[in-house]
Design a protein around this ligand. Structure first.
Ligand SMILES: Nc1nc2c(ncn2[C@@H]2O[C@H](COP(=O)(O)OP(=O)(O)OP(=O)(O)O)[C@@H](O)[C@H]2O)c(=O)[nH]1
Ligand SMILES: [Zn+2]
Length: 351
């Protein structure tokens, strides 16, 4: 298998500065500090060098699934050491558990994230927006999948699609049923050889069922990594797999449902309409409450801006700003933030 088939392209390769005797490989599994890397020859266990560990400033610098790394092979290629991580083109990350505002890299170099919601019960535009923010922030292209279309009427489905568009979401949407198979081929058709994909969404929306349909030969649940060396086997489950059609899929425990993160640019991308309105307010520090010449209020009054869409922007922005604060600042603002969220939620209910 060529490295391009594993997702390497020229832009990524140009970012790599591997030392002599080192080569590029892609991380396909991570399990408590143990790694599996794959290159043209196959998959082998790998571990970071002491020098690399020493230089890593935070957990974010550690290799994660999907990373391209500079490796050196040992013992006739039965294992490898990781010397460097090639700068990531895109990433999924989440806030580390605990009080500190710290991030955990979940996966890297993903081209497209399928954000999955079921038409049946799970459907929620606010949550879609949260996923979109995270995916945009990570420089990943989102595609929305609405599953279980067999359980709703055509009119209901149409209403859901309308509410997504009304929220200003412009991502591609595919509607599908794992039961009738409708739409599944459309998803397959979107998956290109050598590109990397993942699925995100709540439990029970049909991700596993869909993945099994996409997988074909390489059954995810049973794919355990076996080293290339004789008798050498690791039991680490493979997290990056190659589908029958050559597309690459990253799927690992705990990555599918991600809490809301520091949003930054991702927030702006998901709410580009609001950002451009804000730029038209007369005052640069407009709070969009009572100021004259406020473009936001004007747009809401004229019906150009959906008030619900604006409310969810405010909520996400508050959360994002909060996450970006230092822990001390956060503690200080804690009370005020709680109040503010309550106010926003109340406003939301009033409309
Ligand atoms: N009617 C209907 N049922 C579906 C569809 N897709 C999945 N299901 C059912 O929904 C249930 C949950 O599906 P899963 O594929 O396990 O959902 P998941 O998103 O992988 O859930 P986690 O593994 O918890 O993340 C199963 O009983 C599936 O058979 C669909 O398109 N229509
Ligand atoms: Zn304003």
């Amino acid at each position: 298998m060529e490295l391009t088939e594993l997702g390497l392209d020229r832009a990524l390769a140009e970012q790599a500065t591997c030392g002599s005797g080192q080569r590029l490989a892609r991380v396909t599994a991570v399990d408590r500090g143990r790694y599996v890397v794959r290159d043209e020859q196959g998959e082998v266990p790998a571990e970071p060098t002491g020098k690399f560990l020493h230089a890593a400033a935070s957990s974010v610098d550690m290799p994660c699934v999907g990373d391209w790394v500079c490796v050196q092979y040992h013992d006739v290629s039965s294992h490898a050491s990781i010397h460097d991580v090639v700068p990531r083109r895109s990433f999924l990350r989440r806030k580390s558990p605990g009080k500190n505002i710290d991030f955990q890299m979940i996966a890297a170099n993903i081209d497209v994230a399928f954000i999955v919601q079921s038409c049946h019960f799970d459907f929620n535009v606010r949550r879609l927006e949260r996923y979109l923010v995270m995916v945009n922030e990570g420089q990943i292209e989102p595609v929305l999948l609405l599953t279980k279309t067999d359980l709703v009427s055509a009119a209901e489905l149409e209403r859901m699609l309308d509410s997504i568009r009304a929220a200003g979401i412009t991502a591609r949407i595919v509607t599908l049923s794992n039961v009738t198979g409708e739409g599944v081929d459309q998803v397959k058709g979107l998956m290109v050889p050598g590109k990397t994909y993942c699925l995100l969404g709540s439990s029970g929306v049909g991700k596993t069922t869909l993945i099994n349909q996409l997988l074909g030969r390489d059954a995810l649940e049973t794919a355990a990594v076996s080293g290339t060396g004789e008798g050498r086997h690791t039991t680490t489950r493979r997290h990056l797999v190659v589908l029958d059609n050559g597309a690459l899929l990253i799927d690992m425990p705990g990555m599918r449902e991600l809490g809301i993160l520091s949003a930054g640019e991702g927030l702006d991308d998901s709410f580009a309409d609001i950002k451009s309105l804000v730029a038209r307010c007369r005052f640069a520090d407009c709070s969009h409450n009572n100021e004259p010449g406020c473009a936001i209020r004007k747009a809401i009054e004229s019906g150009e801006l959906n008030p619900e869409h604006y409310q969810s922007y405010l909520k996400l922005k508050a959360e994002s700003d909060f996450n970006e604060m230092s822990y001390v600042d956060k503690r200080k603002k804690d009370k005020a933030f709680g109040k503010m969220v309550k106010t926003v939620l109340k406003k939301d209910k009033r409309k």
